[in-house]
Design a protein around this ligand. Sequence first.
Ligand code: 5GP
Ligand code: ZN
Length: 116
Amino acid sequence: MSACLFCKIVAGEIPATKLYEDEDMLAFKDIDPQRPVHVLLVPKKHITSLASLAAEDALLVGKMLAKTNDIARAAGSLGGFRLIINTGEIGQQEVQHLHMHILGGPQPVGPMVKKH
Ligand code: 5GP
Ligand code: ZN
């Protein structure tokens, strides 16, 4: 069993509110939403962060990017969204499994600033 939180969510060992899933990726609601729409999109494959992305992962990340607009719209953010990928210590990445924050809502959203 993996110790990684998002691998556990992908495996169904920890519950999450899923919004989209295919063979490559899973989108689910953030447990502590910072905006009316706050979705996390993760690769099913464990990749620690953008900093450890291999060249062979480029297609996978491209597929994820190509899904973000549909996921944001399905979650209720119709007029666009903000995409954030916190990376490493300076980026204040807390979960060490690559994830895209899809932030949106009915109104324009400001930048996501960490509370701590
Ligand atoms: P990071 O700070 O690593 O960019 O973002 C991690 C995100 O994961 C945070 O926004 C946090 O609220 C979210 N998160 C942490 N634990 C869980 C969990 O168990 N379930 C879900 N759905 N989100 C989580
Ligand atoms: Zn993982």
